[in-house]
Design a protein around this ligand. Structure first.
Ligand SMILES: NC(=O)c1ccc[n+]([C@@H]2O[C@H](COP(=O)([O-])OP(=O)(O)OC[C@H]3O[C@@H](n4cnc5c(N)ncnc54)[C@H](OP(=O)(O)O)[C@@H]3O)[C@@H](O)[C@H]2O)c1
Length: 255
């Protein structure tokens, strides 16, 4: 699958991995529409990425998802690739600091939005040759980080959803890809998360975006760069050991 001359929507395209994917995809001659909530962040992304198109929307809001779909339908009729990348990660102390609305919002951004955006864009993508949906999950889909229990659960669920979607769309010609990033050096990783993950090397978003683009072009559908592939392997070969390591990280953060 060639990643040139495409029309690509990147949710969360104004920061971190999303802005890197947008930058590298735009540099390869693709038309890229970056979606995010904050117009100021989108404007900064536009100044970094020549030719970047932007649309301000909260993907956790059903009405704003419909506005995004209508905008794409009317403005980018050659749309052929959706990258569900927007995400938030919160530290949640269960039973203490787990306000229901905030938990619901985290689930809505990380899981509900990619499910509904995938569904609502399938009819458009079916009409395009070589179309593609990319979901960005996390290495934490394979080993929960107990400091961020809701986030970890959404990423495990997104991994599962992506597997089903891939099978359901097999005969449609729409390829379904999962990018499973390792810990990234992006604004999502706050100083508190960084401290809890002490000793973990954070990968540059630039490298992970480049690896993902290369491997999508090579035909891979489950892309787990760096430490993510190790987490996936350990979750199968030594799940007890992996969970003991996660518990140590949690206890260090909670101390
Ligand atoms: N950083 C890591 O260590 C890491 C590791 C594995 C996987 N990932 C995954 O990689 C993806 C990108 O993460 P990142 O580290 O690049 O995060 P980031 O730098 O914090 O960027 C998140 C992006 O999502 C957008 N966003 C957040 N909530 C949104 C909403 N409700 N509607 C629309 N856009 C929204 C943000 O823009 P606004 O705030 O303006 O909306 C921003 O553009 C996420 O799915 C994340 O879970 C990250």
């Amino acid at each position: 699958m060639k990643l040139t001359s495409r029309t690509i929507v990147v949710t969360g395209g104004s920061s971190g991995l999303g802005v890197e994917l947008s930058r590298q995809l735009a540099a390869r001659g693709n038309a890229v529409l970056a979606v995010g909530r904050d117009p100021a962040k989108l404007a900064v992304a536009q100044s970094l990425v020549p030719g970047l198109h932007t649309f301000s929307a909260d993907v956790s809001d059903p009405a704003q998802r419909l506005q995004l779909r209508d905008f794409v339908q009317s403005t980018f009729p050659s749309f052929d690739m959706l990258i569900n990348n927007a995400g938030i990660m919160r530290s949640v102390a269960l039973g203490r600091d787990d306000e229901e609305a905030e938990v619901e919002r985290e689930i809505a951004v990380n899981l509900t939005a990619p499910i509904h955006l995938s569904s609502m864009f399938v009819p458009m993508l079916r009409e395009r040759p070589d179309a593609c949906i990319v979901n960005v999950s996390s290495g934490l889909a394979f080993a929960p980080f107990p400091v961020a229990p809701v986030y970890s659960a959404t990423k495990a669920a997104l991994h599962s959803f992506t597997q089903s979607l891939r099978i359901q769309l097999r005969s449609s010609g729409i390829r379904v890809v999962e990018i499973i990033p390792p810990g990234l050096d992006t604004p999502m990783i706050t100083p508190a998360f960084r401290a809890a993950m002490a000793g973990q090397r954070m990968a540059p978003a630039e490298h992970v975006a480049a690896a993902a683009i290369r491997r999508i072009e090579a035909g891979d559908t489950e892309i787990a760069p760096g430490a993510s592939s190790m987490l996936r392997l350990l979750s199968r070969l030594a799940p007890g050991l992996l969970m003991r390591q996660m518990a140590v990280m949690y206890e260090r953060a909670a101390a």
